[in-house]
Design a binder for this molecule. Structure first.
Ligand code: ADP
Ligand code: MG
Length: 340
């Protein structure tokens, strides 16, 4: 017969064996789940690009990063020997289907925004960048000369040949190429059979399918004046979200903040109103270009444009004398998290 003491000892022994065998197993499963969700990060196009797939798929993620790099190699106007670099230097260039597609789409967004979005803004962007470095404002004459070269209607397309009507013109795809690269990455992930993923290129992102725990992806929108603070959370599935702001990239001249986005009509940088524009759209190219275009249009004309378009929602944060003002489009609330 077992004594009571022996019985307790036996139960304890069984418990210890159970713990030794199963605790590491349980931990491993959790670790696996975490690994499935792990973000993969690379710096491309001056930006942190993050790709998350559920479950993690190394080959698909690698290919997605590759297409983003390829896009950047073709379209970065500062990269020696990129297609856009050569086009800007020679005034004409035969380009790949990728670059041609982005330029065609960019021209359509120029038409849609009445010229507020315009990739021929390069001479202006360069002028302001130079002035920023020299801590001075460009002279009215310099602005006039740059403006003379800015007009998307002076881009000529003949099959895969892109030409400029005026000598000295140049294009800058900085307001659209990141979104396009994200769309290309998502295309690759889809082809590889992934149906849950998030591709985020510095705030221009696409949420494919659902996120962790099969819930919609939760995206935080940053407070433009307080780094790290979130002003709103939106919940999305199969949607693109892009934000243009004056807080990530800007320069100071005489203590005044100048955003990296220029107004192609006035030649000036866009100041203070608005501070940030977030667009939700069906593809990232559209979200990226419209965020930049609406930033130029400002809160009133910009919000009118968003409300006039189907399948597009937006939020504009502006600075007023009373502080921050947040305006959202008519259908925005369907995406906003109610618990925030
Ligand atoms: P970010 O690069 O911070 O995500 P955007 O998508 O808004 O911001 O793109 C800003 C870039 O677009 C600028 O750095 C410049 O290269 C280019 N750009 C500036 N003004 C315009 C404009 N009016 N239309 C099109 N592109 C612009
Ligand atoms: Mg943009």
């Amino acid at each position: 017969m077992f004594s009571r003491k022996k019985f307790i000892l036996l139960v304890l022994l069984i418990l210890v064996i159970f713990l030794i065998i199963f605790v590491p197993l349980i931990l491993k499963v959790n670790e696996g789940q975490r690994a499935n969700l792990s973000k993969h990060t690379e710096i491309i196009m001056d930006t942190t690009v993050e790709i998350t797939t559920i479950p993690f798929d190394e080959k698909a993620v690698r290919e997605a990063f590759n297409v983003i790099k390829e896009t950047n190699n073709l379209m970065d106007d500062y990269k020696r020997d990129s297609e856009v670099y050569i086009l800007n230097r020679q005034g004409e260039n035969r380009v790949s289907p990728f670059t041609l597609e982005v330029v065609k789409k960019a021209i359509n967004f120029s038409k849609l925004t009445g010229g507020a979005f315009d990739i021929t803004c390069k001479p202006l962007v360069d002028l302001w960048r130079r002035a920023g470095k020299e801590k001075r404002l460009p002279s009215p004459q310099e602005i006039k000369e740059a403006l003379f070269l800015v007009n998307y209607k002076n881009i000529i397309l003949e099959d895969n040949l892109i030409k400029f009507k005026k000598k000295g013109m140049g294009i800058d795809l900085g307001g659209i190429a990141k979104g396009y690269a994200v769309d290309k990455a998502i295309e690759i992930l889809r082809k590889e059979g992934i149906n849950k993923a998030l591709v985020n290129a510095g705030g221009d992102l696409y949420a494919l399918g659902r996120g962790p725990q099969d819930k919609k992806w939760r995206i935080g929108i940053q407070d433009p004046r307080h780094k790290g603070k979130i002003v709103r959370i939106i919940k999305v599935e199969d949607k693109a979200v892009a934000t243009s702001g004056d807080y990530e990239r800007y320069f100071l001249i005489n203590g005044q903040r100048h955003s990296h986005i220029v107004n192609p009509h006035t030649g000036m940088t866009v100041e203070n109103i608005p501070m940030s524009v977030t667009i939700i759209a069906s593809d990232t190219t559209t979200a990226d270009a419209l965020a930049t275009g609406v930033f130029v249009l400002g809160p009133y004309k910009g919000m009118d444009l968003i409300n006039s378009l189907s399948n597009i929602e937006g939020m504009i944060i502006s600075e007023t004398s009373e502080g921050m003002e947040i305006v959202t489009s008519r259908g925005w609330m369907q995406f906003q998290a109610s618990d925030f």
